[in-house]
Design a protein around this ligand. Sequence first.
Ligand SMILES: *[C@@H]1O[C@H](CO)[C@@H](O)[C@H](O)[C@H]1NC(C)=O
Ligand SMILES: *[C@@H]1O[C@H](CO)[C@@H](O)[C@H](O)[C@H]1NC(C)=O
Length: 515
Amino acid sequence: MLPQIDGLSFSPVKVFSILIFHLLIHLNKADSQVVGPHQPVAALVDDDVILPCHVEPAEDVTAQILEWTRSDLNPRFVHVWRSGQDLVNTRNPSYRGRTSLFINELKHGNISLKLSRVKLSDEGTYKCSFPLMKKKSFVKLVVASDAATSPVISLSGIDKNRGGVVLQCESAGWYPEPELLWLDGEGNLLSAGPTETLRGPDDLYTVSSRVTVEERHSNSITCRVQQRNTNQSRETHIHVPEDFFDITSSSPSVTDTSPVSLALCILLLILSVVFLLRRKKKHLMRTKRRPKDQTEDVQVSTEEDREKEQFNMKLPITSRQQLQEEQQRREDAENTLGDLQNDKEKLENELQDEKKRNEDQEAKLKELEKKNTEIINQLQQEKETLEELKKQLETKNQELSDSISELNREKRIKESEINTMRNQLESNKQEMMKSEREKDEIITELRQTILTLESKVSLQEEKQKKEETEKKVQTLPIKSEKISHINSPSKQKKKRLKEPQKEVKGQPKNECCAF
Ligand SMILES: *[C@@H]1O[C@H](CO)[C@@H](O)[C@H](O)[C@H]1NC(C)=O
Ligand SMILES: *[C@@H]1O[C@H](CO)[C@@H](O)[C@H](O)[C@H]1NC(C)=O
């Protein structure tokens, strides 16, 4: 398969990766499924049976590893196929020599298993699988007993109140557990008492039931015992004569009856006894043949089996033996009971512990919850105080902004006041300047007037001086008088100044021009 590896350096990693590679190829190729039957497979004890299982879609699986196993066994292997052949050694001993594959079918993907001479212990769930590919399917096998006896009907008593006869039906050697039915002549179900089920030491079931048959039922009665899984059924008819009911209803006891019914009764009794004997014999044979411990007979050949059976049949089972067996079983049961009680006590203790732990945890949980609620309350309170603070801050803020706006308003008013004042001041100043200018103007005017006046006065004086000199000139002889005049001229001058002031205004041009 891997010839190159011999030449190369032998690395485990390499081998492993190649293996994985091959496995992956297999996995990819095998998009297929393993398919088992949808229903349990039923088989009778000692029969051969095929456990069906195949690969879908069909492919040749001859070269693969395939296993039939039962996980409840140890070793669990029922049949193993590897390297193109059966692997015998690992197989569970109880299946030795009883299993086979259909080798010619393997190339069609059919991996059904043939199981020969089926035993009751073969019942179980089988797994057919390709362990390397992790593909599997399950097959359930139900093993039925072939020892079931035909039901036996017997007269069990008379029901005086209802005017009917009580019949009993019993059937043994069943596996799996069957059901018991009472039917009338038309095939209708009769309501009967509960079915009693007994399981014998050979694992086989015995079922029995009673029914009260009245005249109104047709006098043909059937007892049917059936096992649905294995499609097994056994039944027995009985004919109850009509006048039998008359007797039962009219007479208080079976003893004083008419000869006919007495004869019938006896007949029934004989029949029952014969049936019972037959059944017992048959049952005895079956129980002897059936091994009690299923592992013990594995290697025993069939011939030996038969000899043993014959030997066993000759051996009568004494009541003493039965008693001993019974005692043994009882002791076993008591031991198991003791063990079970111990287990129960242990479990109860564990339960108690668990309860205590649970309670502790609950208490802790409660505490945590309490703390949690406390924290939540605290948080709530803090939140409330924070909200209050926030409200306070907001009101403060509002107040502040109110006062700010008030201040702003006042400021604006003041500003406007200042402005008006400033304007007033400005205008005042301008007025002042204006008046100043006017004043200056007046002053300059005045100065001018004064100047003109002064010049006029000097002119006048000049004139006067001129006139005086002229006069002097004229009146030189009277000089002395005239000089006294000249010595006090100031008063005269002023007089003259005042007088000509009006004249000056109209006169200066003439005067000036005259000069
Ligand atoms: C497999 O082979 C057995 C035996 O020949 C046969 O009974 C069964 O039907 C086959 N199953 C399939 C799916 O072909
Ligand atoms: C059971 O057996 C009866 C007859 O014996 C047959 O008609 C019926 O199909 C069987 N049923 C199954 C599920 O095998």
